[in-house]
Ligand binder design. Structure first.
Ligand code: ATP
Ligand code: MG
Length: 401
């Protein structure tokens, strides 16, 4: 049993999709373990892992904060806050009764699991023992095995027994870091943070790139992107945000190229820069928030012409979602309210009246050859400004600028 510093409760973590990944199981569990250790580094905790689950001992005063952190970590299916007692009949009975006495309920069910087969009483028999205990000691209650108000679970293990009655959903997915790295193209909009969240949920570690066009775009627009990255970093360790000064390229595009092709060409330039930054930062894929048909630059024809500018795979997690579905995820992950703050994006500053809906690759290439973009791309990559973003509360906002 634990020392006095710990209360007699632990968090039990049940793994998510990991159970289906037999070959990689150990690697997944190790990564999840490391992610949990990193996220809880500033708390006094003791974390143990085995093939079936993890347990976290904590200081009672930290429970709420730790639960909040845990609920953002991918790779967790569900978790419970369980009371821990010695695996001895008298200790278990005492604790079960004490828990039940402090809860309001009319009907109940007891579910005993006995992974320690040396415990002398069989699960079914022990169900009855604990059930009678409650019926004898608490008035006006009855057993209901189908829809009980209180469903008390008792897991008897070697040394310790866990008792709990509430289960909380985890974020699911795979632990961040079980895949390689990806470069998220993040604008201040609704879609790209959701795309980033979904990519991280598959285990991808993200960097992010943001194109700004000062003075046409403002510092507030940048702050918005930083705040969005902070939200996303709750799901991973930290995010390196690469801020690209896109002004010179954008101005050249609008000076030299056909107006209806400006967005197509701008996107192609963004992809070229993103690819270079991705390679520099060991990212294997680009992630963006494109959703098919949403705007002129996201028709399949546009996507195809824009995509031609890079050989790197592009993951588009929200490609087939409609706006309402994307907005509902944005609300769930708490990025929505930041995304709708109205600041101009570099794409909205220079919007052509009639952007081409079915661009032609040959025309796009001819138009972009009208100015010498390669050295400008090199320069933009060289002068990128990179900021490490974490979700630590103490990291003051002003410090991020
Ligand atoms: P979002 O809500 O993500 O801004 P959107 O509907 O506004 O999406 P677009 O502005 O057409 O769509 O952008 C499509 C995708 O291109 C974005 O989701 C994002 O991945 C990328 N993107 C657009 N603007 C920028 C930018 N300024 N910096 C980095 N990436 C960008
Ligand atoms: Mg946008």
């Amino acid at each position: 049993m634990r020392g006095d510093a710990y209360m007699d409760r632990v968090i039990l973590i049940k793994y998510g999709e990991l159970s289906t990944k037999k070959d990689n199981r150990n690697y997944f569990i190790r990564t999840l373990y490391q992610n949990i250790c990193d996220k809880l580094a500033s708390y006094e905790v003791e974390i143990d892992k085995d093939r079936a689950r993890m347990t976290i001992s904590f200081q009672e005063k930290d429970l709420e904060a730790i639960q909040n952190i845990i609920s953002h970590i991918f790779g967790i299916h569900t978790y419970q806050v369980a009371y821990v007692v010695k695996s001895e009949d008298s200790c278990i009975q005492e604790q079960v009764l004490s828990i039940a006495k402090n809860l309001p309920f009319k009907t109940f069910k007891i579910e005993v699991k006995r992974s320690d087969k040396t415990f002398p009483i069989h699960s079914q028999d022990y169900n009855r023992v604990l059930g009678s205990l409650l019926l004898k000691n608490i008035e006006n209650i009855s057993v209901d095995v189908h829809h009980p108000d209180l469903w008390l679970k008792v897991e008897i293990r070697n040394q310790e027994t866990y008792i709990y009655y509430e289960s909380y959903p985890g974020s699911g997915g795979y632990p961040v870091g079980t895949q390689s790295r990806g470069m998220l193209m993040i604008s201040g909009g609704i879609d790209s943070p959701v795309a980033g969240y979904l990519a991280m949920k598959r285990g991808i570690t993200l960097d992010a790139v943001y194109f700004e066009a000062m003075p046409h775009t403002s510092i507030e627009a940048r702050n918005k992107v930083i705040r969005l990255c902070k939200k996303l970093s709750q799901y991973s360790h930290h995010i390196y945000l690469h801020i690209v000064n896109f002004t010179p390229i954008q101005e050249e595009i609008y000076k030299n190229c056909r107006e209806d092709y400006c967005i197509t060409i701008m996107r192609r330039m963004m992809l070229r820069i993103t690819e270079k930054l991705a390679k520099k930062n060991k990212c294997l894929v680009i992630v963006n928030g494109e959703s098919i048909g949403q705007v002129a630059s996201q028709t399949l024809d546009s996507i195809s012409v824009i995509n031609e500018a890079t050989m790197m795979p592009i993951i588009r997690p929200v490609a087939c979602f409609d706006k309402l579905e994307i907005m509902s995820i944005a609300r769930k992950i708490d990025t929505y309210d930041i995304s709708i703050i109205p600041y101009e994006d570099c794409c909205t500053v220079f919007v052509p009246k009639h952007p081409v809906i079915r661009p032609n690759l040959k025309t796009a290439m001819e138009e972009e050859e009208k100015f010498s973009y390669l050295p400008m791309i090199e320069e933009a990559v060289e002068n990128v400004y990179t900021k490490k973003i974490t979700d630590e509360k103490e990291q003051e906002f002003s410090e991020l600028l």
